[in-house]
Ligand binder design. Structure first.
Ligand SMILES: NC(=O)c1ccc[n+]([C@@H]2O[C@H](COP(=O)([O-])OP(=O)(O)OC[C@H]3O[C@@H](n4cnc5c(N)ncnc54)[C@H](O)[C@@H]3O)[C@@H](O)[C@H]2O)c1
Length: 350
């Protein structure tokens, strides 16, 4: 049978939710982390560029492209911290994979849910290399849309099963705890940052605020902790006091992007950092001792989205969880695009 050249597989939000629930969210996170790790280990085979950001007073819209020479991928994503007040998400996204040989898209998918999954999978993967061995207790500061995904990825990949939650809006912490009730965590809701840090071996900061916030100050961070800093991901949008950075081993995705968007925008442009992919290949050291503070300065890089798109595409044939989208014009004679338009306006032949 000839392929339908007009058709691109499309994964709607509904199909994505069915896919995640069919696979199981924890297994999905583990398998997705495997795809991210495999792609980070072949880092040098990718075209890389900092994402293209369009900033406004309220937020940012970004395009995140990359290619491994055979497949091209990009994500459209926004970040608008005030959106939740009007019933909208802070972050929404969709993405495309395309065949480099023909330029034809091979997948169009929602990526709002997929971004939360890939961000969490990447965070937990980084922690696998950087967090103190056997860590079971994680503090999560900022208990919004990303938070449950982060918790589940750390459980699935590292065995974290004690959570300490803090949010300036305590209803967000209660909702997070409720959503995670059946996943086997021991959850403590804390009213202050000082309290949430007690006994935490890992801290995830995942707040949304378009400013240089100081979610954590230096005195709150004891030796040996792993910091998974997710919420600071734009120029002028950070979460950690700069003194913490100076005491930490800092690990980043793609330095040209992170130096502009990450916590390290607060440091000189030549401040030494380690690229995460090099830790994964063994070219650089991860955690060096049990007292070191390790910091994953996460901003989210295009290769993680590429891995997520690749993973989703691999699930389609098996699960059938997609629709056929009539996305590409496909005239019988390729150069007769206008003829196809004219014929579409004619009454159907008797
Ligand atoms: N690094 C990445 O790859 C990546 C990926 C996705 C999202 N993000 C970022 O993560 C952040 C969170 O995203 P989300 O979708 O969960 O947003 P969200 O709006 O759903 O949740 C954010 C939560 O942070 C809380 N908060 C804000 N300021 C706080 C403070 N000072 N102390 C404690 N809590 C505070 C809010 O009350 C809210 O509950 C955003 O900044 C987003 O841009 C980063």
């Amino acid at each position: 049978m000839l392929p339908k050249l007009n058709v691109v597989p499309f994964v709607s939000v509904d199909s994505m939710m069915k896919l995640v629930n069919t696979v199981g969210v924890e297994r999905f996170l583990v398998e997705l982390a495997g795809f991210v790790e495999a792609d980070f280990k072949r880092w040098e085979s990718f075209d890389k560029t900092p994402r293209v950001a369009s900033h406004s007073a309220e937020g940012v819209i970004e395009l995140m492209p990359t290619s491994d020479g055979e497949v091209y991928g990009f994500k459209y994503v926004n970040g608008h911290p005030k959106n939740t007040r009007e019933g909208r998400q802070t972050v929404t996204a969709f993405g495309v994979l395309a065949d480099v040989g023909t330029g034809y898209p091979v997948l169009l998918t929602e990526m709002t849910i997929l971004t939360a999954l890939r961000t969490a999978a990447t965070s937990a993967l980084a922690a696998k290399y950087l967090a103190p061995k056997g860590a079971r207790t994680m503090a999560i500061i900022g208990n919004g849309a990303q938070s449950e995904f982060q918790a589940l990825a750390f459980k699935a990949l590292l065995g974290v099963d004690r959570l300490r939650l803090h949010d300036i809006d305590s209803s967000a912490s209660r909702r997070c705890a409720r959503n995670l009730a059946d996943f086997g965590f021991e959850v403590t809701i804390c009213s202050t940052v000082e309290e949430v840090m007690l006994g935490a071996e890992i801290v995830t900061t995942v707040t949304a605020d378009k400013q240089n916030a100081t979610i954590l100050t230096d005195n709150m961070v004891g030796p040996g902790i792993h910091i998974n800093a997710v919420g600071g991901d734009c120029p002028g949008k950070t979460e950690l006091h700069a003194d913490i950075l100076r005491r930490s081993g800092i690990f980043v995705e793609y330095p040209p992007q992170t130096r502009v968007e990450g916590e390290i925008q607060q440091l000189p442009v030549d401040y030494p950092v380690t690229e995460l992919w090099q830790v994964m290949t063994g070219a650089a050291e991860g955690r060096v001792n049990s007292r070191q503070i390790t910091l994953f300065d996460s901003v989210g890089f295009a290769i993680e989205d590429f891995s997520a798109l690749r993973y989703v595409r691999e699930q389609l044939a098996r699960t059938g969880l997609y629709e056929e989208l009539d996305l590409l014009a496909d005239p019988d004679e390729p150069r007769d695009l206008f003829g196809m338009l004219l014929r579409a306006n004619q009454p159907a032949a008797a």
